[in-house]
Design a protein around this ligand. Structure first.
Ligand SMILES: [Zn+2]
Ligand SMILES: [Zn+2]
Length: 441
């Protein structure tokens, strides 16, 4: 099945402005998306269809130039579209999306360039997305690996002053992914993409519990958009390990659609929950301590079963049995939590405390929360009957050839314990980690 073609009607409706049952009108700013064989040689025609006559500026690194950039440049040359290039003489996994890389882009992109073409995976795409946004130029994404779900995204995670921060940017005007290129991507990147996709189960569960408990805005259509690709990939993970084109295509499409789901919801809710908070925590720690760096999706993948383990503990709990007096004894008030966050996060604490202000509860506020949760417990549990188990997800990851546990990834126990304790402070977003903390589990 072609998951993107199956969504064609939905995507066309989104481009027109889709009046959704969630109460909002969604718009899709991406004019053209194709994941197919031989798509690179069609790019000149596609650019002309989008109204561009050049000059065009293409950005790649040494690897992605060889994988897809050179073919694209040749096709543009032959079609008479003038093309200039910025090539990072390094590999995607060592290229850092920081001030230095950005300044190279700002120095080299000609003022006359009509459109930028980003040939690469996460790092290149994030750099170009931000530069294009700042320059007021459109950009086209040519993904070289189905490694993460940020291709369709409108934000850029960059490393500034040694810290990772997310900046406003623009989504690509078009995404053209060549299936032969994707199938030849490093296996670790394909496995990471699957890890990122598998994280959508817990992301959705977190969104559902927050909708029930906090009346948070919720859009079912954004989740439905990813469902077919998720189903196809998770029902045959071996196909990814064998680099079967049909599966690699479904994975890439699922990752692109997940980015579109994010733009529909207006934030990353449909694609990112507690599993991303844990992954984000480990990423910060690996930047700080300069060890255990892994691809984003790899971390998300191993975090998903951990989070599902917490789900199973929480859902197996009966909140009507809570002994409020005992819980009051052990309750940590806002000041105590703030002190703990300061001690743990050091120079980053101020920003984190501002983000997670709503998560530091007085005992009175927490008691109200517990009563609210008790009243909605059957609804919360009943809504999550579809949730897979930690073992089921671990098995899927194994079958895809991906790392399936923190042990396999070699993360220290301390990083795991700390992530479970402190990662929830990184975002205001409500997840199972917060529900567990409120109930004292
Ligand atoms: Zn992700
Ligand atoms: Zn909606």
């Amino acid at each position: 099945m072609d998951t993107l073609a199956a969504m064609d009607v939905e995507l066309a409706a989104l481009r027109q402005g889709y009046n959704c049952s969630c109460g909002r009108i969604h718009h899709l700013p991406i004019a053209d998306i194709e994941v197919a064989q031989d798509v690179l040689i069609s790019i000149p025609d596609r650019l002309r269809n989008l109204g561009f006559e050049g000059p065009v500026h293409l950005i790649a690194d040494s690897n992605t130039l060889a994988a897809a950039g050179a073919v694209t440049v040749d096709a543009l040359d032959q079609a008479g579209l003038s093309v200039s290039k910025t090539i990072f003489v390094t590999q995607e996994d060592t290229l850092v999306p920081d001030e230095l890389a950005l300044s190279k882009l700002f120095m080299e992109v000609p003022v006359a360039a009509e459109v930028l073409i980003a040939v690469g995976a996460g790092t290149i795409t994030d750099l170009v997305r931000f530069a294009a946004y700042k320059m007021g130029k459109p950009f086209v994404s040519i993904p070289t690996a189905p490694s993460m779900d940020g291709y369709a995204s409108a934000v850029s995670p960059l490393i500034v002053g040694g810290f990772k921060r997310t900046f406003s940017a623009c989504p690509p005007l078009a995404i053209y992914a060549d299936l032969d290129v994707l199938c030849k991507a490093p296996m670790a990147m394909i496995a990471a993409g699957f890890g990122d996709l598998v994280g959508k189960y817990t992301a959705r569960a977190d969104w559902e519990i927050s909708r029930t408990i906090n009346d948070e805005y919720f859009c079912q259509s954004s989740l439905d958009l990813m469902a077919a690709a998720l189903e196809l990939c998770t029902s045959n993970p071996e196909g990814l390990r064998k680099r079967e084109p049909q599966l690699v295509k479904a994975l890439m499409e699922g990752l692109i659609l997940s980015g579109i789901a994010i733009s529909m919801a207006g934030n990353s809710r449909p694609a990112s929950g507690a599993e991303h908070q844990l992954a984000h925590y480990w990423e910060m720690r690996s930047l700080k301590e300069n060890r255990h760096s892994h691809l984003h999706g790899t971390k998300v993948g191993v975090a998903a079963p951990l989070v599902l383990g917490i789900y199973s503990r929480v859902l197996g709990f009966d909140p009507s049995t809570i002994d409020l007096d005992a819980l009051a004894e052990s309750h940590q008030g806002p000041e105590a939590v703030e002190a703990e966050v300061r001690a743990h996060y050091g120079p980053m604490a101020e920003e984190i405390l501002a983000e997670s202000l709503g998560k530091r509860l007085t005992w009175e506020a927490r008691k109200d929360r517990i009563r609210l949760i008790q009243g909605k417990w059957e609804e919360i549990r009943g809504g999550l009957a579809w949730l897979p188990t930690a073992d089921a997800i671990r098995l899927m990851l194994k079958r895809a050839g991906a790392e399936s546990s923190v042990e396999e990834l070699g993360l220290p126990d301390e990083w795991v314990d700390d992530a479970l304790r402190y990662a929830r402070q990184l975002r205001s977003r409500y997840t199972i980690l917060d529900l567990a903390a409120e109930l004292g589990i």
